[in-house]
Design a protein around this ligand. Structure first.
Ligand code: AMP
Ligand code: MG
Length: 484
């Protein structure tokens, strides 16, 4: 069997030893391919055509090591719910960096055995959480949100012990890199003070080559990451996504969404929505996400102060100024994004209150976040509770008047709305239903569901109503778990 699928060129291992440990994936008893992402495989130039399913299972479970792999676990630290901890890939192994033209992708296994950073964990993963990452990361990709992707889930044929036994599985995750805010936090606490510098130069070369010649590289880098994270969180707010575990180790400097542990999509609009079972204080609630993004950016800024200026006071002043730009930057991105959600291309002073009023009415009437926006662009208001309320109808008249100030026709504005308001999101109750079936060995439901999620903005002809509908009271999923 050929196993030179990946065009590996591994640069991360050239960083000083502190940044990684050499590891080997644990061999598994009887690997079986549960799901494989053909589209992504083609996109990345992989050629599995000569592979039998069992060859793919062996390769993507780590039983056969692909040629050119470097096999490392990465070290990092992170503020978890505000508390600083030393971490590292406790159940992930980086195989290498696949190079395709001028692009570079980390190929990583998740759930393939312990590493020196596993602490008390077993390094393993159960099929539910790995499939969850697969479904939601794919959904995010098709929702046009930067994200890591999922190439495959392989069942290991072994049980994983959690509160009960579950089938074990390994996910192959693809990312532009796995450098995190937490990687910088790890570097800065090492004895060797040059490590931050080395990581910084590596990150610039890999993600910001346009800054290589800059005279104020570190400050420019900080501003670039601020912009990138403001874009990311604005996108999350657009689709009602609640990440759930915005610890600094889960903030990727590639700008991609990573760590799909307890994340979930909001059904009815409530800014205080929290799903994660461990988020007792609501630190990572829907509305807190931009605030936490800024907090996480401040943690990054702290690590590069000496690179911003060799005079500490000056570095602090420049970093603070940069971090303080976040609030206004986010506000303006959020407002523009919300304008597009209600079909406004031009800007008027009244827009902010128009949007807030709609959100207030939605919150009061527990209106579905996704459907309210997507149904607004229908020519006649559909038969939905919210749309019959006096408060909404009052707002609706105002909105129609505001739309008249736009130079484009309603048809054109409708198109704008349709590309910004998904019709389909991975609703928690449907995700959980598909995962439950996968745990029982039935994979058809999950595969069908993923197909539907691949066309979130399109005209969804022949798709059953249940995919659009919010859950009934007895279907509601109120809590999600990290799945570690
Ligand atoms: P997370 O909350 O998923 O970002 O994970 C926090 C840390 O716990 C990371 O360092 C993970 O690699 C580690 N971790 C999570 N699950 C396991 C596990 N089953 N075994 C070992 N380490 C784990
Ligand atoms: Mg994580």
């Amino acid at each position: 069997m050929q196993n030179n699928i990946f065009n590996f060129e591994n640069t991360y291992m050239n960083l000083p030893d502190e940044f990684h440990s050499y590891v080997k994936p644990r061999k598994v008893i009887s690997p079986k391919l549960a799901i494989f992402n053909e589209d992504l495989s083609t996109e990345l130039g992989f050629n599995f055509s000569s592979f039998k399913p069992e060859d793919i299972s062996n390769l993507l479970s780590g039983n056969i090591i692909p040629e050119g792999s470097s096999l490392i676990a990465q070290a990092y630290a992170g503020h978890q719910f505000g508390h600083f901890t030393i971490l590292g890939d406790g159940r992930a192994i980086l195989l290498g960096e696949h190079v395709l033209g001028d692009k570079r992708f980390d190929i990583q296994f998740k759930g393939s055995g312990p590493t020196p950073y596993s602490r008390s964990g077993d390094g393993l993963a159960a099929i539910g959480p790995m499939m969850r990452e697969y479904i939601i990361s794919e959904a995010m990709h098709y929702l046009n949100i930067p994200t890591c992707r999922s190439l495959a889930v392989v069942e290991t044929g072994e049980d994983v012990i959690r509160e009960q036994k579950y089938p074990g599985a390994i996910l192959t995750r693809i990312s532009k890199s796995h450098i995190r805010v937490g990687t910088f936090q790890f570097a800065v606490i090492q004895e060797d003070k040059d490590l931050v510098n080395k990581l910084f130069n590596y990150t610039i070369e890999r993600h910001f080559p346009n800054l290589i010649e800059s005279k104020s590289k570190a400050l420019d880098f900080l501003y670039a990451i601020i912009e990138q994270q403001a874009n990311l969180v604005t996108n999350w707010m657009r689709i009602g996504f609640i990440h759930g575990v915005m610890n600094t180790d889960n903030v990727a400097l590639s700008g991609e969404t990573i760590d799909y542990g307890p994340c979930a999509f909001m059904d009815h609009y409530d800014p205080l929505t929290v799903f994660s079972s461990i988020d007792h204080q609501g630190r990572y609630s829907f509305a807190n996400q931009p605030i936490i993004t800024q907090w996480n950016l401040a943690r990054l800024a702290e690590t590069i102060l000496p690179l911003i200026s060799d005079k500490h006071e000056n570095a602090l002043k420049l970093a603070e100024e940069a971090i303080n730009t976040f609030a206004d930057l986010y506000q303006s991105k959020w407002l523009d994004m919300m304008r597009l959600k209600i079909g406004l291309i031009t800007k008027e002073n009244e827009d902010k209150s128009l949007i807030s009023e709609l959100l207030d009415v939605m919150q009061k009437h527990k209106a579905d976040f996704t459907n309210t926006f997507s149904l607004l662009s229908e020519n006649t208001l559909p038969d939905v509770e919210l749309f019959k309320t006096e408060e909404f109808l009052f707002w609706y008249k105002k909105w129609k008047l505001r739309l008249e100030k736009e130079s484009k026709s309603f048809e054109d504005m409708r198109k704008v709305m349709e590309t910004n308001n998904p019709k389909i999101i991975p609703r928690n109750h449907l995700v959980e239903r598909a995962l439950k079936k996968a745990e029982e060995g039935e994979l058809k439901t999950i595969k069908e569901y993923i197909k539907i999620l691949q066309n979130p903005y399109g005209s969804q002809i022949n798709i059953a109503d249940e995919y659009f509908m919010p859950p009934n009271d007895n279907e509601k999923v109120l809590q999600t778990f990290c799945g570690t």
